[in-house]
Design a binder for this molecule. Sequence first.
Ligand code: 5AD
Ligand code: SF4
Ligand code: FES
Length: 362
Amino acid sequence: MSLKVEDILKKDQFSKEDLVTLLSANKEDCQLIFEKGKNVKAEFVGRKVYFRGLIEYSNYCSKNCFYCGIRAGNSRYARYQMPDEEVLEAARFALDNNFASIVIQSGERSDSKFVSTIEKLLKDIQQLSQGKLHVTLSLGEQSEETYLRWFEAGAHRYLLRIEVSNPDLYKKLHPNDHHHDYNERLNALHLLNKTGFQVGTGVMIGLPFQTLSDLADDLIFFRNLDIDMAGMGPYIEHEDTPLFQYRHELLPLRERFTLSLKMVAVLRIIMKDINIAATTAMQTIDPQGREKALLVGANVIMPNLTPVKYRQSYLLYENKPCLDEEAEECKSCLETRIFLAGDKIGYGEWGDSKHFKARHKE
Ligand code: 5AD
Ligand code: SF4
Ligand code: FES
């Protein structure tokens, strides 16, 4: 017989069965999980939120993931790449506003021009901020050499979502070719770790064909990989993508949201000192989605610094928030939201993953 939620939460280690029980908890038991996530956060990383200014650098992408709005096969969006000056301007905004950290994200490209443009930008950002800005990259799968070049040019952290940790499910959500190979992606995560990055990964929650057993395995995957950071959010359908045809088989949005909150809380409970993002996709379903994620365990938020003129063209999924709000507005909006959630903002602090530091002390 499986244990009750209340009893599972008293244990130090959760089995796969325990994780499935937690993820299927009813409304009442959910509150116990959320409460525990909140307490573990307060005890191990503090009630502090770190800002990472998000720069959606380019929507050119060479890939065709079945779920994503900016996949190469979608001709609806005008493709853009921010000129260097605009990236540096956004970095300057982050610096002036004491964010201490930015994320550069884009569709995936690995041509040599792209690799050297990023390398140059990283050096310019280091120079502009005199080493004060920490930079996270979220630029997909690259060669070991590229990772090393970018690391040496000044990037500190790298986010590469595994998207789903089940290889068979991965195959169903991506074209069956060498550009979309599960083992390559997994290997990229190992290379990033070897290069010396703080490594973050994550999954989408509520995808077609995905089960609670898959999500429990995702949590075990994070634990086994000993990740430093996580970013997870609900899957949200996009009409220009192949997966849209399965929209009638999805969990209702509300349930996808609650399941995402549960994933955040349980991950906080099992990996106490990592950084966990309250992702923008959470806010797409619930206007207070990001605050709710902070209340159950998340401790990182990414205010959008992308110039508004590009935002309509970076729609990975539908109903993305903040399409008309410039950096200044997103900043003050989030300040209010975080204040209402009862957390403090770690202005001027890098907010490095405590887990990473602990790993490197050994
Ligand atoms: N719904 C939610 N998240 C998505 N992403 C891509 N498409 C979607 C979608 N339809 C996420 C992926 C990717 C990140 C940049 O955006 O997890 O890694
Ligand atoms: Fe490209 Fe990333 Fe979208 Fe896949 S998820 S199509 S790699 S931007
Ligand atoms: Fe962008 Fe609220 S976070 S407007």
